[in-house]
Design a protein around this ligand. Structure first.
Ligand code: NAP
Length: 261
């Protein structure tokens, strides 16, 4: 059942709700978990991993897709062999699927888990009005697979997908994060080196980055590195080809970057 929040969303109340989630996770006090309404735009492995974790933590998640009927009719595994959304949802019966615009309208905070080459298009379908004044957690990578492996970057050096999204939707509070690891590690950092490794955040809005950091901590992240404004998305997007190379060399996606000093 969809839980309707009794009072309007604000950054202050969001912070308190997320903090309570963290306290519940650490077993410190609160009896119930207050929830945020979150629109997860994307039905691939990332959308499912992040959306599934948010649901597990008690958030009210609606997944966004281009065409609900088409997504539910798709029975083929993706390019990585992951089962399609229509199979995944059978084991997550509380998950709700809607067109991008409805999922975005539902969310008090949003996640961009769409393919990087089409993220701007997907977010346009979500609707500028539905993105305004909301935290937009951007996990997408601007990868171009058109010439096969390894992929190249559609945008780099002096610009990034994170910045393109922020420019296209100036009222959204874009926070780039989690794009530098595989989806399984995003929501369960303890799977690698007992969680002793780093996740980065980039964005212009300090309050939005603080809230996203709290969400990351509720996922189990101990080391969250604030890189600075959204221009720092260039670096974390440009490091992805190194990640792809490492996956080929190590023959596993179960690793992450750790900053040693
Ligand atoms: P993906 O296959 O890269 O993206 C799937 C999503 O993109 C679907 O929801 C799909 O919409 C949407 N999409 C595809 N083409 C579109 C178009 N022309 N217009 C609008 N939307 C379109 O799935 P993913 O592997 O979960 O990755 C999601 C993002 O996270 C990507 O940017 C990826 O680079 C990044 N990332 C992935 C991983 C990972 O572990 N897979 C790790 C780090 C970062 P429909 O639902 O309508 O099909």
């Amino acid at each position: 059942m969809v839980r309707v929040l009794a009072r309007p969303f604000s950054l202050g109340t969001a912070a308190r709700r997320i903090q309570r989630n963290i306290e519940v996770r650490r077993g410190r006090g609160a009896v119930g978990v207050d929830t945020l309404k979150i629109g997860v735009l994307g039905t691939g492995a990332v959308g499912r991993a992040v959306g599934g974790k948010l649901m597990e933590l008690g958030h009210d998640v609606v997944f966004g897709t281009r065409d609900v009927a088409k997504t539910m009719a798709d029975t083929k595994p993706d390019y990585m062999g992951n089962p399609p959304f229509s199979v995944w949802i059978k084991t997550h019966p509380k998950a709700k699927l809607a067109p991008f615009a409805d999922a975005a309208a539902h969310g008090e905070a949003l996640v961009n888990a769409t393919t990087g080459a089409a993220s701007l298009k997907a977010l346009s379908l979500a609707g500028e009005r539905n993105l305004a004044d909301k935290i937009l957690i951007d996990i997408a990578n601007p990868l171009d697979f058109s010439k096969g492996m390894p992929p190249s970057l559609i945008v780099c050096n002096t610009d990034s997908l994170g910045e393109q999204i922020q420019r296209a939707f100036p009222k959204a509070k874009v926070v780039k994060t989690l794009n530098t690891m595989t989806n399984m590690v995003m929501v369960n950092p303890d799977l690698v080196a007992e969680g002793d490794h780093d996740v980065f955040v980039s964005g212009n809005d300090a309050g939005a980055k603080a809230k996203v950091t709290e969400i990351l901590r509720s996922f189990g992240w101990k080391r969250v590195v604030d890189l600075g404004d959204i221009t720092t998305a260039r670096g974390v997007e440009m490091v992805v080809p190194v990640w792809v190379q490492l996956m080929g060399t190590m023959k596993t996606p179960m690793f992450n970057f750790k900053i040693a000093r």
